[in-house]
Write a protein that binds this ligand. Structure first.
Ligand code: IMP
Ligand code: MG
Length: 189
């Protein structure tokens, strides 16, 4: 399924507040990979009228780009799960803070996530889809950080597999900031 490991881009960047950061995945590489994922999803969900579910907030940028690369009739939905409370450390079990709008019963659900880290959020998503009696459930994540996994979860579509870095940009935040960066960069804390 085209899972790749990303080595840090040698280009160094410095962003605000005196934090040294480095670009891990550039905007062009992201765009290319999103196009590839779109092609795969187009092939896999042809004729299935799937529901693409954006996992807010982190997935908004990825979701917006991805759905435009899927050449199918589809329905969009949103949910919001909170796991980090304003910092870089997990604060217990993830919580659903925005309910889906669509009826998932008997439908093909594709969750679109920004990153799978411990897997706790992904596990909650799978439980939600099962409770709502979805026909099939797939997880599409821009980034996969398998080194910190505590839960057994299946990532069906992965943009990039990364090492144990805390990253921001392209929707991902650190304390609510940096979601608007067009690339993904490592935060040195
Ligand atoms: P999990 O439940 O541990 O898999 O974490 C998933 C959530 O943690 C993501 O949706 C992000 O909000 C957050 N997260 C995990 N790693 C990072 C990171 O490197 N940068 C920004 N957010 C992260
Ligand atoms: Mg976050």
């Amino acid at each position: 399924m085209g899972i790749r490991t990303v080595q840090p881009d040698p280009q160094e960047a410095t962003t605000g507040k005196g934090k040294a950061s480095r670009i891990l995945v550039g905007a062009a590489a992201i765009a290319q990979r999103v196009g590839e994922l779109g092609l795969q999803l187009t092939a896999d969900f042809a004729g299935k009228d799937p529901i693409f579910v954006a996992v807010l907030q982190g997935a908004v940028v990825f979701f917006a780009d991805l759905i435009r690369q899927v050449q199918l009739e589809l329905v969009c939905d949103t949910i919001s799960v909170s796991s980090y409370r304003g910092g870089g450390h997990p604060a217990g079990e993830p919580q659903l803070i925005l309910q889906p709008r669509e009826d998932w019963k008997g439908r093909h659900i594709i969750f679109v996530e920004c990153i799978v880290d411990t897997g706790m959020t992904a596990k909650l998503l799978a439980q939600m889809a099962a409770e709502r009696q979805a026909a099939t459930v797939r997880l599409c994540t821009l980034l996969n950080k398998p080194s910190r996994r505590t839960e057994e979860v299946r990532c069906d579509y992965v943009g990039f597999t990364i090492e144990d870095h805390f990253v921001v940009g392209y929707g991902l935040d650190f304390r609510g900031r940096s979601r608007n960066l067009p690339h993904i960069e490592v935060v040195s804390t």
